[in-house]
Ligand binder design. Structure first.
Ligand code: C2E
Ligand code: MG
Ligand code: MG
Ligand code: MG
Length: 293
């Protein structure tokens, strides 16, 4: 009977794996058409200055809205695009779109300091010509390099640390700022961190989620903050969902906050409105510690 059960389990898992592989192939095929057929969009989520309550910038987040399948999460299709190499074309498209939109908003009166952050996958860092591609996009759209930030995860950087650092260095030489995304979830040693050409650390949302109840997470956030201050880095906390998160992060003087508490990622037309109408939650206003820098 045990044997039969094992067999059944085996069949079950093989079937499940087959179904997964099939879905993968299907998504890969559909993704090829997505760009041509205008199914991809860039949404923007504001990043809030925790000392002034103003929008300092935004993160560009890709969205795929498929006519039949509906919304497909980037967590699902980005890994496929990375594996197939489609991420190179898609990533370039996101960069161009984001730079274009941001320059547009600046032209229409948004702050000259408005900074758009774009996610880069490890695969893009392998491309020797990435800095040139980005420089071309900046020239094309008229966006100043200091208005662009690039977010990379520790793990994508660690795939080939020498190559990654070289690319980050040439990007920074252009005047672009760089951020480590999901910070704290990877394995980068502190000695590496010191050598990476870096401006910003983004505290991963897994540490933010329970900040207000879990002393360990609070200690991690505090430690990241101390370290960043010593290294002259800006800290962004992602995944701020409730007032308690904000309260704690403000108490440790975290610079920038991002999360549903302020706004979900929204389509460009909505972000355009946010730029002129956004007012921070009362909680932030009442605790404001400083003015615009
Ligand atoms: P990420 O770069 O760490 O982006 C933050 C994710 O957290 C986004 O998920 C965002 O919608 C979500 N988020 C923001 N605030 C909150 C909050 O308060 N609570 C919770 N629970 N979540 C929040 P999203 O848009 O689904 O993207 C997932 C990941 O997909 C991103 O993680 C990033 O790694 C990747 N991704 C998204 N767009 C791009 C892109 O254009 N290029 C590349 N290479 N990767 C992308
Ligand atoms: Mg990111
Ligand atoms: Mg992140
Ligand atoms: Mg993430």
């Amino acid at each position: 009977a045990a044997r039969q059960e094992e067999n059944a389990d085996y069949l079950f898992y093989t079937k499940a794996m087959e179904a997964e592989a099939e879905e993968r192939d299907m998504l890969e095929r559909e993704l090829r058409l997505a760009l041509e057929n205008d199914q991809l969009q860039v949404y923007y989520q504001p990043k809030i200055d925790l000392s002034t309550g103003h929008i300092r910038g935004m993160e560009a987040l890709i969205r795929w809205i498929h006519p039949d399948l509906g919304f497909i999460s980037p967590a699902k299709f980005i890994p496929i695009a990375e594996e197939t190499g489609q991420i190179i074309t898609i990533g370039e498209w996101v960069l161009r779109r984001s730079c274009y939109d941001t320059q547009n908003w600046i032209n229409q009166g948004a702050s000259r300091h408005l900074k758009v952050a774009v996610n880069l996958s490890g695969r893009q860092l392998d491309e020797e010509k990435l800095p040139q591609t980005i420089q071309d996009i900046l020239e094309e759209t008229g966006l100043h390099p200091t208005n662009l930030e690039l977010e990379v995860t520790e793990s994508s950087l660690m795939r080939d640390i020498d190559q990654g650092m070289r690319i980050l260095k040439s990007l920074r030489d252009l005047g672009i700022t760089t951020a480590i995304d999901d910070f704290g979830t990877g394995y980068s040693s502190l000695s590496y961190l010191r050598r990476i050409p870096l401006d910003t650390l983004k505290i991963d949302q897994s540490f933010v989620r329970n900040l207000h109840v879990d002393p360990d997470d609070a200690a991690i956030a505090r430690t990241i903050m101390d370290m960043a201050d010593n290294m002259g880095l800006t800290v962004v906390a992602e995944g701020i969902e409730i007032e308690e998160h904000e309260t704690f992060l403000q108490s440790i003087h975290c610079h920038i906050g991002q999360g549903y508490y302020y706004s979900k990622p929204v389509p460009p037309a909505e972000f355009d409105k946010l730029l002129t109408t956004f007012s921070p939650p009362k909680s932030l206003n009442n605790r404001r510690t400083g003015e615009d820098r």
